[in-house]
Design a protein around this ligand. Structure first.
Ligand code: NOJ
Ligand code: CA
Length: 690
């Protein structure tokens, strides 16, 4: 029989809005009278405005629905899985009972957009069983900023389980607008689409949408040993979970009879920026599993990188080789002189000469012109960290064979931060986002942690918040980054104001912002440049203004934040002062205003400094924001990096101005942005001395 359904879920009744408390009391009375396991059971958010209801439908299928402010938001939607070999994961289940609880705690992380996060939810754990004694707990957590639920299966007597399909659906109750990339098990480096929800064919997550007056985003949390979830529209806005398969078509392999799935999540907010300010994904991850975290710290960095993408330098050893000892020292000197903590080198090791096909990189063999010991010594002397690079070309087998040796070797050199890359198909028919590779990515995170090494993963599995458990997993790519501007039609001005509302809801991104030579003028003049890409086409350029490039350092959160241009484009440039002053180690952040694909204004605090970033799409725009985030009673020196009067991303992208103002918490800023433009501001507290 059902336990006191509804009662605990909606407690405390005294603080519930009247409509909810009456409804919950009614459900309680009905369930007590009926003793029927098909009675709906429900749980509400702490503030009562989101209600999740679970029931068995007339065919005894498990279903849930979500109401926001008493209006259907997710209509009746399916739950469950299918498995091979006679294992039942969805049929004939009976509800045994349900447990209800409330959690309200604040936890801290060593780094993040916000170092302190409140975790406040009501939980309903529904326990089910079948005739063969299969046990399932459906754990629902309802927060003020959304819902998470997961499946905890225990199949008695099973040696292994082959999951063949997930039945979860998200049946969006009414049509609206959506922002997403298509589902693809190999890559997330795709262009975002704005579509009616009903017009989606497939989507990857985070899939953001607006239906009625609410914004929401479907994603997953704590993907640790499962394939990634994508979405497929079954029609009528009913989006079904689809899992990335193994080469033989199986979706997930479980050894033994027990498994817990990642959380299926739905962030919900009345404003689009509410999704960005939500801590739901991190809250649904396990606490930190590392014994110590004092070796993990955010950094600003530069790197021998953009020159390769522009064709001015090369990864492979030749007369254009980027990662030479001399160039490395030049970058280290620049970092030391400009308050930049790290320098990254690509193309330093053997294996690049055979690019294409199955890659065999050697992670302990530097090219002959890259004296890594001398470079490591020099960097240490200058107080600069080296960020290593492990490109795998997708050959994870070759990488796994060398994993321990490679991380030990770097650690012995004092290198404790590594950028990894998976640019290429995996051998053996495995796809990038299946369970097999999810395990690989996790193995790398755990191995790196043993060597006190932090990670920046390119071509990663999508972020699902595991940085809470493994804070050495600092940042990743997982969307079209800056590199696409070097050799393709590039990222259009709406891209960077789409990412915060979609990709970055999952977690930090190494977009690699801050290109100052927007039209590649210096690179094109370089006689050594190899024309290997589209760079000579008129479409190949950065599609923003200079001020927007600066603003991206604030907007596109990454605890390892790169100034991605070649250093010669920063030397002597007045606007580079922003990056010199910027602090990647923020304590608190808030997205103040914005709409997906249109504009965004974000502010971050690091110590007593504040950094604001604003950006717009192809429309010129003026946005008003209050500076009430500043400490009351203090005066700040604000340095504003703004679009110049004639700035325009298409016709005059480098027109900018730097303005100084005195501001307090009582002021209002009018942020004027050109087409494809932006604005960045540093706020420094004025004291008697400055
Ligand atoms: C793709 C990565 O995203 C990029 O940053 C890197 O330079 C290349 N692969 C080569 O490793
Ligand atoms: Ca990439």
């Amino acid at each position: 029989m059902l336990m006191p359904l509804g009662k605990a879920s909606c407690l405390p009744l005294t603080i519930m809005p009247m409509k909810h408390s009456l409804f919950c009391t009614l459900v309680l009375l009905l369930s007590l009278v009926a003793c029927d396991d098909r009675q709906p059971t429900e749980v509400c958010s702490p503030d009562g405005h989101i209600r999740l209801t679970f029931s068995l439908d007339s065919d005894r299928h498990m279903v849930y629905r979500i109401d926001v402010n008493d209006t259907a938001f997710i209509a009746s939607s399916s739950l469950g899985f299918l498995a091979d070999g006679g294992v039942n994961l969805s049929e004939g289940l009976k509800v045994i009972d349900a447990d209800f609880s409330t959690t309200d705690e604040t936890w801290s992380q060593p780094w993040g957009e916000n170092k302190n996060i409140r975790n406040h939810y009501n939980e309903m754990a529904v326990h089910l069983t079948d005739a063969a004694d299969t046990r399932l707990t459906l754990r629902f957590r309802v927060f003020d900023d959304g819902v998470g639920f997961r499946y905890e299966y225990d199949v008695v007597g099973a040696d292994s389980i082959l999951v063949t399909d997930e039945l979860t659906t998200f049946h969006i109750a009414q049509d609206g607008t959506s922002w997403s990339i298509p589902a693809n098990y190999e890559t997330y480096e795709l262009t975002y689409r704005t579509l009616p929800i009903s017009g989606i064919d497939t989507a990857n997550t985070p899939m953001t949408f607006k239906a009625g007056s609410n914004y929401a985003s479907i994603h997953e949390a704590a993907l640790t040993d499962f394939p990634e979830m994508t979405l497929k529209n079954l029609g009528d806005r009913c989006l079904k979970a689809e899992l990335a398969p193994w080469p033989d078509g199986v979706k997930a392999r479980v050894s033994g009879g027990s498994f817990t799935t990642p959380w299926r999540t739905l962030q919900i907010a009345s404003k689009a920026v509410g999704l960005i300010n939500s801590g739901l994904i991190l809250n649904l991850n396990e606490p930190c599993a590392l014994e110590t975290t004092d070796w993990i710290r955010p950094m600003k960095y530069i790197g021998v990188w953009w020159g390769m993408h522009l064709g001015v330098e090369s990864w492979v050893i030749n007369d254009r080789h980027g990662a030479t000892t001399a160039n490395a020292k030049r970058y280290i000197d620049f970092a030391a002189a400009n308050n930049i903590e790290g320098v990254m080198f690509e193309g330093w090791n053997e294996g690049w000469e055979n690019w294409g096909g199955t890659q065999h990189f050697d992670y302990t063999k530097p090219y002959a012109d890259f004296d890594i010991r001398e470079i490591a010594r020099y960097a240490k002397e200058k107080g600069v960290e080296i960020i290593g690079h492990h490109e795998t070309g997708g050959n994870i087998f070759n990488y796994e064979r060398q994993l321990d040796t490679a991380y030990q070797w770097y650690a012995d050199l004092g290198i404790h931060c590594v950028k990894t890359g998976y640019a290429g198909g995996l051998p053996g028919g495995y796809n990038h986002h299946g369970q097999f590779n999810v395990r690989h990515y996790r193995n790398v995170v755990q191995t790196a942690a043993r060597y006190h090494t932090t990670l920046d993963v390119h071509e990663p599995i999508k972020d699902t918040g595991i940085r809470r458990t493994y804070p050495n997993m600092m940042t990743r790519e997982g969307a079209r980054g800056m590199e696409w501007n070097a050799w393709s039609e590039g990222n259009l001005p709406e891209h960077q104001v789409m990412l915060p509302f979609t990709r970055l809801l999952a977690g930090p991104m190494d977009y690699t912002p801050g290109i100052f030579d927007i039209l590649y003028e210096r690179a094109k003049k370089n006689p050594a440049r190899k024309k290997w890409n589209m760079m000579d086409s008129k479409d190949c350029r950065i599609s923003t203004t200079l001020a927007k490039q600066i603003a991206e350092w604030v907007i596109l959160y990454s605890p390892l934040q790169m100034a991605a241009d070649m250093i010669e484009n920063y030397e002597g440039h007045p606007a580079f002062q922003f990056f010199r002053d910027f602090d990647a180690d923020c304590d608190w952040s808030e997205a103040l205003a914005g709409e997906p694909g249109e504009f965004i204004v974000t502010v971050r605090r690091a110590g007593d400094k504040f950094f604001l970033g604003a950006a717009t799409n192809q429309e010129a725009r003026t946005v008003s924001v209050k500076t009430d985030f500043l400490e009351k009673g203090k005066t700040y020196r604000a340095v504003i990096y703004a679009d110049g009067k004639n700035a325009d991303w298409e016709t005059n992208p480098t027109d900018y101005e730097i303005i100084e103002r005195r501001l307090t918490a009582d002021d209002t800023l009018s942020i004027v942005m050109a087409r494809g433009g932006g604005q960045a501001i540093t706020f420094e507290q004025l004291t008697m001395d400055n």
